[in-house]
Design a protein. Structure first.
Length: 144
């Protein structure tokens, strides 16, 4: 599936400006202030590099992201990619680094979910919808 034009534009602006334009995303409604990073995974089928802008939080030195897809019943493609190839590239503002992705579980997941729901409260709505028939993964990106 091709990325929406606004997503492609967001990635380009972020990369071209070292995150000065795109690190803080106003959301689709234009009224929010959400921190975003760029996650580059290796395609599970294509083997090519695929970049996705994602809302993130910080847990110590680690970045934390949520595989929500708006509460859809399926995980996003990027999540399936990192379950097969957890070595990823991350860009936060001008800081570009390699990381290993892992899915948080148990009490760590619960604590990180609560942290991310403070960053983007809409995450909590996804559990209340009929669409969210899965546990939405919370991913820790550990710098290597």
């Amino acid at each position: 599936m091709a990325k929406r034009d606004w997503v492609v534009d967001h990635i380009k602006r972020y990369k071209d400006s070292d995150g000065a334009d795109g690190h803080i995303w106003p959301g689709r409604d234009g009224k929010q202030s959400l921190p975003c990073l760029l996650l580059t995974t290796t395609g599970k089928k294509s083997g090519g590099e695929l970049t996705t802008p994602l809302i993130y939080g910080k847990d110590g030195d680690n970045c934390v992201i949520v595989a929500s897809t708006g509460g859809a019943p399926d995980h996003p493609d990027w999540y399936y990619n990192l379950t097969v190839a957890p070595d990823v590239s991350v860009q936060v503002l001008a800081d570009k680094f390699k990381a290993k992705a892992r899915t948080a579980t148990g009490t760590e997941r619960s604590a990180l979910w609560d942290m991310m729901a403070k960053v983007f409260p809409t995450y909590n709505n996804y559990h209340e919808t009929a669409k969210a028939t899965r546990e939405i993964p919370v991913i820790v990106l550990e710098r290597v």
